[in-house]
Each structure stands twice: as C-alpha cells, then as structure tokens.
Design a binder for this molecule. Structure first.
Ligand SMILES: [Zn+2]
Ligand SMILES: [Zn+2]
Length: 225
C-alpha cells in the first residue's frame, strides 16, 4: 500500500513537471478542454505545496451570488484589472480580467473581448473543512442572435490568470509558510496585469456583457474593448 502511494506521488510529480515544461507558445491557442488548464495550474502553483488532502484546494465552476454592495465597491476601485476583496466574516473575492474569445454556434458569429471576466470566490481556510475555490466565467450575448454564449479561454490567458489567483491565495492565507510564489516569465513587469494583446477595435457592448449588466466589469482602461 505504502509503495503504491509512493508510485502515485511520483506519477503526480512527473505530470506536474511535464505541465511546467510546456512552452508558452503552445498555450497561445484555444482548446475545447481549456477548463483542464484551470485545474492543472491550480496543481502546479498551489496544491503541490500540500501533502495533507484536507489542505488541498478544489476548483469548482459555479456561479455563486455575490455579497450585497459588491458592485458598488467594484465601481469605486475599477482602475486595476485584478481586484481582491475580503468580505467579513470570511469570504475572499477576486475579480480578474482576461482576453477571451466567444463563439456563437447558432449563427457562426465569433468575437474577442479584452474585457472577459472571471470571478473567484472562496472562504478563509479552516481546519476540517475542504478548501473550495469557486469560479464563474462571465458570459456575453451574441450581437446577432442574442443568445447567451459561454466563453472560450486562450490557454495562455488561463495560465496567467490562475498563476495570479494562486499567488493571491498564498499571499492572503499562507504568508507565514514560505511557499514559493508562482513565477512570472516576464520579470520586468508584473505579468498578472499584462493580458494577451488585443487587436479588437470595436467598442465594448455593455448591454451584451454579463459583467457590465451586473456592475462588476473592468471599465476604466479604455484602450481595452
Ligand atoms: Zn449568434
Ligand atoms: Zn462589460
């Protein structure tokens, strides 16, 4: 039993090493299974620090309602593409911007948006309770047929955002444990704030954007559309 655990641990570490060595160029694509990258980056940048399963983090894709007054706070602080709020007594909320592609299969319309939004929510870790990280990937409506379209994330943006979120979790909850912070390839500036370059020239359609309608879209950097 003990030896199979050691083998499983070795296998896990090998997989993490392989994922680490993946070139960023290979991540400049959209893959239908992009959600796997969210899980992988959580493993690489956060979970490998823990050996106790009760300390591990679990990622769940779900839309969890936000505390009342959340949108008002966001509007007061919308000058940065990453916003972190701690709501008493124990809730942590991270709003993260990303460049995202949307594809409407109904009318074969597709567009990119530099104001894609992911909302992460969790609670302060405590003993005997699993650490769940909920993420909601915001939708946009198709301009032509008004269907609500789920986002397709670029793999490089998924990696960047998850590194950033893991870093925030380490800084918020484990600052006394000397965990290594996720490394950013661009050392001259903080990669967390540099999203994939945008060639889109169209304006942002607030009426079609879930984040705009609900009051937590990233709005102040007008160069992003
Ligand atoms: Zn459509
Ligand atoms: Zn918006």
């Amino acid at each position: 039993m003990a030896s199979s655990n050691i083998l499983a641990e070795k296998d896990y570490q090998t997989k993490v090493l392989q994922a680490r060595s993946l070139d960023n160029f290979d991540k400049n694509i959209i893959c239908p299974n992009f959600t796997y990258v969210f899980y992988t980056e959580l493993e690489i940048n956060l979970n490998w620090n823990f050996h106790d399963p009760m300390e591990q983090w679990y990622l769940l894709f779900a839309e969890i309602s936000l505390p009342i007054c959340c949108a008002k706070k966001i509007n007061e602080n919308n000058h940065t593409p990453v916003q972190v709020f701690v709501y008493p007594p124990n809730r942590l909320i991270i709003y993260h911007n990303a460049k995202i592609k949307y594809r409407c299969l109904n009318c074969i319309n597709e567009w990119t948006s530099a104001r894609g939004r992911a909302i992460f929510q969790t609670e302060i870790p405590c003993t005997n309770k699993y650490n769940c990280l909920f993420v909601n990937l915001c939708t946009q409506e198709c301009r032509l047929c008004r269907r609500n379209i789920q986002p397709s994330w670029y793999l490089c943006e998924t990696t960047r955002v998850m590194k950033s979120v893991c870093r925030i979790i380490i800084e918020q909850f484990y600052s006394n444990r000397n965990f290594p912070l996720p490394i950013h390839q661009n050392s001259s500036s903080d990669e967390r704030f540099i999203q994939r370059a945008s060639q889109t020239n169209g304006r942002h359609h607030e009426n079609l954007c879930q984040a705009c309608r609900e009051g937590y879209c990233y709005d102040s950097h007008r160069k992003y559309h």
